[in-house]
Design a binder for this molecule. Structure first.
Ligand SMILES: C[S@@+](CC[C@H](N)C(=O)[O-])C[C@H]1O[C@@H](n2cnc3c(N)ncnc32)[C@H](O)[C@@H]1O
Length: 264
């Protein structure tokens, strides 16, 4: 599938701003927004009373980010993704542990939903050398950045797609990961229905989001029911790791037959 606006192969060595003719430097408004998010996140993470008010403020601020076009994608590539490198490493470790805990009768297929600039896909591809990994995203500008990491053998690919219409056959994906994207999904019920549809028997979805912005328990139960699942099918889990991980929560959904080997 073609990614709209993606640069031709061979131009990969050029910086994205040279290919697009756009400036990659974050604007003043974007920097102010990011600064506010950091302050709100710190208050929420480290003080209990700060949490609900911080949640309201964070959701309001986040609602102002639309579409991840320019300059948001450039800011993401230059500022946010590098700051999250350690977090992506932890998620890649989790992904590798999930795959290794299962019997391997075939090459695993992994999908990163809302892959943004593609750093998590790269981190996973370094841990799981034989996996096929596809990053999907709705933003052509984010995919322009992610496309730099594609491999010519098709092992790492990036595709324009919406989580509510995943371009994969039923029960064909062994692991779905997603970071910081869930709170942008307009219809979480449709999204989880798709995630459940494409997960292979024995497969698993790990959806990480900022605690401040993620769906709360009631909202997630409603999404699960809307997806035709039982609310207990989507399990809310803490994220292990250092201080940064305290800002995140993880949702786990097992494939139709729960833990087990991948079937061919
Ligand atoms: C905050 S960024 C996170 C990017 C990356 N996962 C990370 O952790 O750095 C959210 C991403 O989700 C994508 N996104 C939002 N809604 C989406 C949807 N309905 N389907 C797929 N991707 C979506 C956005 O385009 C954006 O790239």
């Amino acid at each position: 599938m073609k990614i709209p606006g993606r640069a031709r192969r061979g131009a990969a060595e050029q910086p994205v701003e040279a290919r697009t003719g756009r400036s990659a430097r974050p604007g003043k408004r974007t920097r102010r927004f990011l600064g506010l998010m950091v302050v709100v996140g710190a208050v929420a993470a480290f003080t209990r009373p700060g949490r609900s008010i911080s949640r309201i403020i964070a959701r309001r601020l986040d609602a102002r980010v639309e579409g991840f076009a320019e300059p948001e994608s450039a800011t993401y590539a230059h500022v946010i993704a590098p700051a999250l490198r350690r977090f992506y490493g932890g998620v890649a470790n989790d992904a590798a542990a999930e795959i290794q805990a299962r019997g391997r009768q075939r090459r695993p297929t992994i999908v990163d939903v809302g892959c943004g600039t593609g750093e998590l896909v790269v981190a996973i591809s370094r841990k799981l050398r034989d996996a096929r990994i596809v990053g999907i995203d709705t933003s052509a500008d984010m995919l322009l950045w992610a496309g730099r990491h594609e491999t010519t053998d098709g092992r790492v690919r990036f595709v324009a797609a919406d989580v509510a219409r995943l371009p994969f056959p039923d029960e064909s994906v062994d692991l779905i990961v997603s970071t910081l994207s869930l709170h942008h999904w307009p219809d979480p019920a449709a999204a989880f229905a798709e995630v459940a549809r494409v997960l292979s028997p024995g497969g698993v979805a790990l959806v990480y989001d900022l605690r401040l912005l993620a769906l709360d328990s009631k909202e997630m139960a409603k999404a699960a029911e809307g997806a035709g699942l039982d609310p207990s099918d989507i399990v809310r889990e803490p994220v292990r790791g250092g201080l940064l991980s305290r800002l995140f929560v993880r949702f786990r959904l097992e494939g139709a037959f729960g833990d087990g080997d991948f079937y061919d």
